[in-house]
Write a protein that binds this ligand. Sequence first.
Ligand SMILES: *Cc1c(COP(=O)(O)O)cnc(C)c1O
Length: 377
Amino acid sequence: MESKIWLSSPHMGGGEMKYIQEAFEHNWVAPLGKNVDEFEIAIENFIGGDKYVGALSSGTAALHLALVQLGVGIDDEVICQSFTFSASANPIKYLGANPVFVDSDETNWNMSPIFLEQAIQDRIKKGKRPKAVIVVHLYGMPALMDDIMEICNRYEIPLVEDSAESLGSSYKGKMCGTFGEFAILSFNGNKIITTSGGGALVAGTKEQKNKTIFLSTQARDNAPHYQHSEIGYNYRLSNISAGIGRGQMEVLSDRVTQRRANHEFYKELFSGIDAVTVFSEANSDLYSNHWLTSITLNKNLTTKTNHDLMNAFAEKNIETRPLWKPMHLQPVFKDCPYYGEKIAEDLFDRGLCLPSGSNLTIDDKKRIKDVINNFQF
Ligand SMILES: *Cc1c(COP(=O)(O)O)cnc(C)c1O
């Protein structure tokens, strides 16, 4: 069997070990230290927009602390894009609040502004003003931010961006992760850059960043003894992991270029195959990092399913993955309200994520090409 081609695997830049070594030399083997500080600064510089970044143990933890700071509590409602990974919605439940799921726009794949407004109006009518909106930039594709921001501003509901998949993407030239009151980033092993595991909360003010660090380090009051006036969390990023992050930030721009080149490879590969549409930017307002290149099958032009194609790849030891199963279809969220017209469901039925690592080799691409060329669509 040939070696496995992964969907998206870690890709080190070369500088990581130097920073880890430094942490060992100074004995900062702890969830604080120079690597953590420098990693935060590197992210702040990269995304711009005068944002403040707190490095945390995961993207999920970051979302949890965003919702804590927005005052989300028991029996509150939070609107969340249905078409996403479960980590976008789970922190709502951590706080005893309830998600309200909103369907996607057909071409953009992210939250539909139309269904968002329907949801807000209906929840307000039912006496439940949503406490926050969580929008996701799925697979790196920026959401329809002008419309979504306008709606959130008009109803005065704070916006949280789940930018776990979209570091390096931008909307009208402004980086994803700089639009919301808060945004989250993830550095899990399969993301565009990784710290092995880690995340960050992007905040609009220095106070919010300080509060994030305070909450993530057990909410210790300013006193010589251990005193606590609030419930704290143990969510700070390790200085070792942050060393990996510093090395990865040095190559982030290259990683965006490489992932976008994968997308071009797939566009070319499928250019003569009408049964397949490669998910792409609809216009020049959108700039995706193309974290994962995804396709949909056109059911009018082929009887083959996404699972048939997935199996054909699996036979050659190539990993692919169905699109995210919408949250309103998940057993754990089956009782949550949903606003939409099954657009995400339809994408889930027809879609597939293709190998998209920035470390794909020419030989890997040849193997992928062979599978497609031998597949009877
Ligand atoms: C990866 C991911 C997360 C969670 O990030 P972790 O760092 O793994 O906790 C949240 N939302 C989306 C859309 C993701 O892809």
